[in-house]
Write a protein that binds this ligand. Structure first.
Ligand SMILES: Nc1ncnc2c1ncn2[C@@H]1O[C@H](COP(=O)(O)OP(=O)(O)O)[C@@H](O)[C@H]1O
Ligand SMILES: [Mg+2]
Length: 240
């Protein structure tokens, strides 16, 4: 498998600075979302910079397997890791105060509606190849087709709140590379994980950092994309 270079740059995605400096104005709640997942905009004075998703920590529902009130940090950790690896598969995301308190704020991706995301998700787009490895690395428990966001020839991922658990829980709709060799350039990219550690150490638990490093080691030593496990449900439900 060869991985094409990422050459397309995307307009309309808010930068971290824009996310940090603007004022968040909430205009709606994403009804299907299970936590308080709010849609809004970022403004500086009267200027509308763009749209955002805002998930205040106060709106997180308790989960049996993740420590309460930690999902927003995990979303930011996923962004920081994607940046350190040079993969750019997560829209700019940061932790900041907002109208309902501290939470994660992420640039809204105005997706290309004409893209069939089930077809694209099961293909070999450069972003999908990276996303499959990224999910294995972050131990994503919720990669649904609806968490793939196509824009301008790129495919971003969202909803990385239930990630970085220390126990293996990979749950995804993207199993089509299972057992195949991981492209060597992506294995090399994994060396850059260390660049993210200073910030990850502020966002997730030390045991979760240790488990992240262990998952990287096993991906390197096996050199193949993971296989679904029989020990837990390997596909999220519903898959969209
Ligand atoms: N940054 C984003 N840009 C565009 N759409 C998004 C973004 N984040 C989430 N969405 C859309 O909103 C839906 C709900 O958000 P999600 O992060 O999945 O919330 P929840 O944690 O409540 O499931 C997603 O399935 C996706 O369709
Ligand atoms: Mg979701």
């Amino acid at each position: 498998m060869s991985v094409p270079e990422l050459t397309v740059t995307v307009a309309k995605v808010l930068s971290l600075i824009e996310l940090a400096l603007g004022e968040i104005e909430v205009s709606g709640r994403l009804v299907e979302a299970s936590n308080a997942t709010l849609f809004g905009s970022i403004r500086v004075g009267k200027e509308l910079l763009g749209n955002v998703i805002y998930k205040p920590t106060s709106g997180e529902r308790p989960l049996w397997d993740f420590p309460h009130g930690t999902l927003a940090q995990r979303e930011v950790a996923a962004f920081q890791l994607s940046e350190a690896l040079g993969w750019d598969v997560v829209p700019p995301t940061l932790l900041r105060d907002g109208p309902y308190g501290i939470g994660m704020v992420q640039s809204w991706i105005d997706i290309d509606e004409e893209i069939d995301i089930v077809e694209a998700g099961q293909g070999d787009h450069a972003d999908i190849i990276r996303m499959v490895l990224f999910d294995a690395l972050i131990n994503n428990t919720d990669r649904k087709f609806g968490h793939l966001l196509p824009l301008n020839g790129r495919i971003f991922g969202c909803d990385h709140g239930v990630t970085f658990h220390q126990d293996d829980k990979l749950r995804t709709v993207l199993w089509h590379f299972r057992g195949e060799p991981i492209p060597v350039e992506l294995l090399n990219d994994l060396n850059r994980l260390e660049d993210a550690l200073p910030v990850l150490e502020r966002l997730i638990h030390p045991e979760e950092i240790a488990a992240l490093l262990t998952r990287r080691e096993s991906l390197r030593s096996r050199g193949t994309f993971p296989q679904p496990s029989d020990d837990w449900p390997a596909v999220p439900w519903p898959p969209f």
